[in-house]
Ligand binder design. Structure first.
Ligand SMILES: [Ca+2]
Ligand SMILES: [Ca+2]
Ligand SMILES: [Ca+2]
Ligand SMILES: [Ca+2]
Length: 284
């Protein structure tokens, strides 16, 4: 891809990452305590900074491609091919004919919930091992800060820590439009009943009342392993994708849907370690 100018959008901040500009005269005048250039004053010298013009003192680089998360056109995919030049690349850009942006990317490798996030439910939770562990025997929600309605995609990366019990339906779902009063929402989930696993795109009108928009068998049973699930929606319908190791299977639904309101992850009758969630939407 052309990396000479890259538009980076995260958490409402917009910055142009232009490597050539990082050595201009103004930036040369900015030094930190050791006398070396530190253009963004984040305490990491330009020569070592994985995002020279955005302050990122923690230097988070979730996919290990040496591009810091806050500068990365896809923080969870080393593929930086950006066919439509909208600044979003790899698996993060699900619309190669539309201008998209990363609204937020949130890793859970700290020791507490990030600002604006909450957990609803009675699960046992904890931080460690590079993620947020959730052991849920009843529906539990990891809720993100609210977003405005727009076509988009919610991606979630997590590991299951144990094989779910065969006596209860285990479920992990990326969801949008969560209503705190009724628990209504739309969800892309991987679920397991006995030994049979499926992918489902489901509209919940209440927690007990659902309409399946699409479902398909998931060839890898929901069990110990690393997963990425993705809920996408636009003017014509929704898509639910799930990947474990090298598989990538899809369920689609015809109901138009956008990503809006409170988004997040729902966990039920299983134990997961959530590594990150990410929201991509159309550029306004
Ligand atoms: Ca710096
Ligand atoms: Ca930086
Ligand atoms: Ca990276
Ligand atoms: Ca795009």
């Amino acid at each position: 891809m052309n990396r000479s100018v890259m538009l980076v959008t995260l958490g409402g901040l917009v910055a142009c990452y232009n490597p050539a500009a990082s050595i201009d005269a103004n930036l040369d005048a900015i030094v930190n305590g050791d006398g070396l250039d530190d253009a963004d004053l984040d305490g990491v010298n330009n020569a070592n900074d994985n995002c020279v013009q955005v302050a990122n003192p923690n230097q988070h680089d979730s996919d290990g491609d040496r591009i810091g998360d806050v500068c990365d056109p896809c923080p969870v995919d080393v593929n930086t091919e950006d066919t439509d030049a909208d600044g979003v690349a790899g698996i993060c850009d699900h619309e190669s004919d539309k201008a998209n942006r990363i609204v937020w990317f949130q890793p859970f490798d700290g020791s507490a919930l990030p600002a604006g996030w909450s957990i609803r439910g009675t699960a046992t939770t904890g931080f460690g091992g590079g993620g947020l562990s959730i052991l849920a025997t009843s529906p539990t929600y990891l809720l993100a800060p609210g977003v405005t309605a727009s076509p988009g995609r919610l991606l979630a990366g997590f590991s299951t820590l144990v094989t779910p019990s065969s006596t209860a339906t285990a479920r992990v779902g990326a969801m949008t439009g969560f209503d705190s009063a009724t628990e209504a929402h739309i969800e892309c989930n991987v679920f397991r009943i006995d030994t049979v696993s499926s992918i489902g795109l489901v509209r919940f009108t209440t927690l007990a009342s659902t309409m399946v928009l699409g479902s398909t068998p998931f060839s890898d049973a929901l069990g110990v392993g690393d997963y990425v699930i993705g809920l996408s929606g636009n003017e014509t319908g929704g898509t639910c994708q799930a990947a474990k190791l090298m598989t990538n299977e899809t369920a689609t639904g015809a109901a138009p849907m956008v990503l809006q309101g409170t988004t997040g992850l729902r966990v039920e009758n299983t134990s997961v370690r959530v590594q990150w969630l990410m929201l991509v939407q159309r550029k306004p």
